[in-house]
Design a protein around this ligand. Structure first.
Ligand code: SF4
Length: 114
């Protein structure tokens, strides 16, 4: 198959759309999804209730062990309860600074090796 043929096939294949492209929250106040202690999560949950990607969002939060904020319409404690009720193991969270540190270390190692 020629390069041209590959391009035609690729254009015809359905492209998987990332659920985040359809998320409602970026169009609203992001702070509402991370209420202060004692603050109301109701405004965020109302937005989630109208969001078409709620299920994918909740799955993402559970699969990635996200412990903060409203995801898929559920608070952290509600997500823990949901996971317990449905036999879902929530992985240990990987904190962003650790990810950044690991990526920086990898880049440094590659520079030293190369
Ligand atoms: S369900 Fe997820 S993606 Fe949708 S508005 Fe709520 S937090 Fe955002």
């Amino acid at each position: 198959m020629s390069l041209t043929d590959d391009r035609i096939v690729n254009q015809l294949l359905p492209v998987e759309r990332d659920w985040r492209e359809d998320a409602l929250c970026p169009q609203t106040d992001p702070d509402a999804f991370f209420p202060d202690k004692g603050g109301s999560s109701r405004p965020a949950k109302q937005i989630c209730g109208r969001c078409s990607v709620r299920s994918a969002c909740l799955s993402y939060a559970l699969e990635n062990g996200i412990r903060e904020g409203i995801w898929g319409g559920l608070s952290p404690s509600e997500r823990r309860q949901y996971a317990a009720d449905n036999g879902i193991d929530i992985p240990e969270p990987v904190w962003l600074p650790d990810r950044i540190a690991a990526a920086a270390q990898d880049a440094s190692d590659q520079r030293l090796a190369g």
